[in-house]
Design a binder for this molecule. Structure first.
Ligand code: CTP
Ligand SMILES: C[C@](O)(CO)[C@H](O)COP(=O)(O)O
Length: 236
């Protein structure tokens, strides 16, 4: 059950901007007793850092939070424990990230809205990155946050490794922000394993994908050591 006190903003959003924060995963690679999005980072669940970042940015989108269907009560309890009152609407997630995102998109009626999709487990995203992604998506249709590879890169082909020009290699992050019509059309497709992010889903419909600058600090919490790294970065 969602807490009605937290759902008011999305029913009557002040702007046409939305953020779908996907937190419906189970975090198998983290091997923790609770899913990683609820692990504490500087004393509060890391998912709250992520929501706070979107709430603090100038765009101030309506927030749609996608959770595993069995985690809603747990989340509402955490919100009470931590006095967390940022308005948001809860939606149930699906089998994969693709299905969770699709459930979030289904909550948005306005085809002209601008929608950012963000991994709950990227809690170090900055307001500057979030606001720029909305501005660029409004102008160009979509904006995908990415960083250049800092390592040298090689590709295996026919059992031989070949160096690639790393200046042409970008590592993709979130938020990934789109005009709602693009997103809704793309998410009508049948799920494919190659859909590892939202850009790959939208690109499949023939739409050009625009990259914007992200940050090497916008890490995804995936493995146990990432918590210590994020705590270190938060103190900077
Ligand atoms: N069915 C799913 C799977 C993933 N996610 C979300 O998508 C983001 C990126 O996924 P990932 O880091 O892979 O999370 P998990 O699937 O939880 O982790 P793992 O792959 O280690 O199990 C996370 O915020 C995760 O909660 C989701 O909403 N619904
Ligand atoms: C969406 C994403 O965070 C972009 O880097 C990434 O593709 C998620 O991948 P994962 O396999 O769910 O970790």
């Amino acid at each position: 059950m969602s807490d009605p006190n937290l759902t008011s903003q999305i029913q009557n959003p002040k702007s046409k901007h939305y953020a779908i924060i996907v937190a419906g995963g189970s975090g198998t690679r983290m091997r923790s007793s609770v899913p990683k999005q609820y692990l504490l980072l500087n004393g509060i669940p890391l998912l709250m850092h992520t929501i706070n970042a979107f709430n603090a940015c100038a765009t101030k989108p309506g927030i749609i939070l996608v959770l595993h269907p069995e985690s809603h009560d747990y989340w509402n309890q955490l919100c009470k424990e931590h006095n967390f009152t940022v308005p948001h609407q809860l939606v149930s997630g699906g089998e994969t990230r693709f299905h969770s995102v699709r459930n979030g998109i289904n909550m948005i009626e306005d085809d002209d809205a601008i929608v950012a999709i963000h991994d709950a487990v990227r809690p170090l995203v900055t307001c500057a990155i979030i606001d720029e992604s909305y501005e660029c998506a409004e102008k160009y249709g979509n904006a995908i946050v990415a960083v250049k590879s800092r390592d040298s890169v090689r590709q295996i082909r026919d059992n031989r490794s070949q160096s690639l020009n790393r200046d042409n290699i970008y590592l993709i992050q979130t938020p990934q922000t789109f005009q709602a019509a693009q997103l809704k059309n793309a998410y009508k497709q049948v799920y494919q394993e190659s859909f590892t992010d939202d850009a790959s889903v939208v690109e499949q419909t023939g739409v050009n994908i625009n990259l914007i600058g992200g940050s090497h600090q916008n890490i995804k919490i995936t493995f146990p050591e990432d918590i210590a790294i994020a705590e270190f970065l938060l103190k900077q």
